[in-house]
Design a protein around this ligand. Structure first.
Ligand SMILES: Cc1cc2nc3c(=O)[nH]c(=O)nc-3n(C[C@H](O)[C@H](O)[C@H](O)COP(=O)(O)OP(=O)(O)OC[C@H]3O[C@@H](n4cnc5c(N)ncnc54)[C@H](O)[C@@H]3O)c2cc1C
Length: 336
């Protein structure tokens, strides 16, 4: 048993988010409000906190949502105004339609910044907006240093870059785990309609098949149990599902487990998967490659179960169990 192993660089990241903030008053920021099933997403509230650090005003754009979402975001601290584009065509966030709307809204309101969560939607839409405006996109920021200078991880989080944009409009996606969620405050921002913009007509939403799960969402869960190549096959993931159900945890995976076909790639945690920062992250049969650490090293408490005492995962783990997972996991599940 390795107890309380060192993880200095793990704790360094949240400090960056707290340290870098600005007080400028000239920013005029547009915030993209992502919503799903009638609710504002958590990533939007993190992005609102980041946008508020610029100072100035923040206008929230609700595209393809109903009035209740607009009324809801109007209550959050830091929101100066809400714009709505109620056309249902926007509800699926197709970038071909959403990007021209954002460009028009940005130009007609002289927005200096456009902020969105670094989510599938933000990553899909904002680079297109940047290209249409002929400016650079600054992605995945973890800190706001001033109106034009932002902090972002590079090389899978092994270096932290401070980048300055000289463009008139800063197009920015925000790493949710680096900023607290904004809070409702009884604010009462005005709600107005955004200008109408013609749809591109080049894409059409046909449908979607979403895997339903009673477990918490991986991206926002407080507890995550992830399995790696050490699980050997997909059937063995049942061991992790059983443990997760006892703990109310979400299940994740390393890329090796996904590439081997053990589980769906929506479960992948890491540089090219989801970035998570739960209260508790349990890594089972995962070696701890930097690309995996990039997605989970901000977790509050990291537990590793691995039969190899030299596995790099133990360098970031708070608690480590050197044991065969096929023995350890059922035992832990039974005790839970
Ligand atoms: C550009 C790029 C992007 C990438 N993005 C990601 C990413 O987003 N996420 C990601 O995870 N990886 C990513 N990778 C892959 C990454 O480099 C590693 O290959 C991968 O994370 C390894 O997964 P793993 O730890 O499950 O497998 P391995 O490295 O093979 O480790 C398996 C571990 O299981 C342990 N084990 C085996 N059997 C048992 C047992 N019975 N009991 C206990 N322990 C056992 C072994 O000791 C070993 O430590 C990326 C790579 C590249 C090049």
């Amino acid at each position: 048993m390795l107890a309380n192993t060192a993880r200095t660089f793990v704790k360094a990241r949240p400090l960056f988010a707290q340290r870098f903030y600005a007080t400028g008053a000239g920013a005029n920021t547009l915030l993209i409000v992502e919503h799903k099933d009638g609710a504002i997403t958590g990533a939007t509230l993190n992005a609102l906190t980041a946008a508020s650090k610029l100072g100035g005003s923040v206008t929230a754009l609700v595209a393809g949502g109903d009035d209740a979402i607009a009324q809801s975001i109007a209550k959050y601290t830091g929101v100066s105004k809400v714009l709505t584009a109620s056309d249902a065509a926007y509800s699926k966030n197709l970038p071909e339609d959403l990007a021209p709307l954002l460009v028009e809204v940005t130009k007609s309101n002289n927005f200096t910044h456009v902020f969105a969560g670094h989510t599938a939607v933000g990553k899909n839409v904002l680079p297109r907006v940047a290209a249409l405006l002929d400016v650079a996109a600054v992605s995945d920021i973890t800190g706001v240093e001033s109106e034009d200078t932002f902090v972002r991880p590079i090389y899978a989080g092994n270096a932290i870059a401070t980048v300055k944009s000289n463009d008139n409009v800063k197009i920015v996606t925000v790493r949710g785990t680096a900023f607290e969620a904004a809070q409702e405050s009884g604010n009462n921002a005005a709600v107005e309609a955004a200008p109408e913009v013609a749809k591109s007509g080049v894409t059409e939403w046909i449908g979607e098949e979403i895997q339903k799960s009673d477990r918490p969402d991986l991206g926002t869960a407080n507890r995550v149990i992830s399995g790696g190549r050490g699980m050997k096959n997909g059937d063995n993931f049942k061991l992790l599902y059983d443990m997760a159900d006892k703990m109310g945890a979400a299940v994740g995976a390393s890329r090796a487990a996904v590439d081997a076909g053990f589980v769906d790639n929506s479960l992948q945690v890491g540089q090219t998967g989801k970035i998570v920062a739960p209260e508790l992250y349990v890594a089972v049969g995962i070696s701890g490659a930097i690309q995996h650490l990039a997605g989970m090293k901000d977790s509050k408490t990291i537990v590793a179960i691995n039969k190899d005492a030299d596995a790099p995962i133990f360098q970031v783990a708070d608690y480590g169990l050197v044991e065969d997972l096929f023995k350890a996991v059922p035992e832990i599940t039974e005790k839970l």
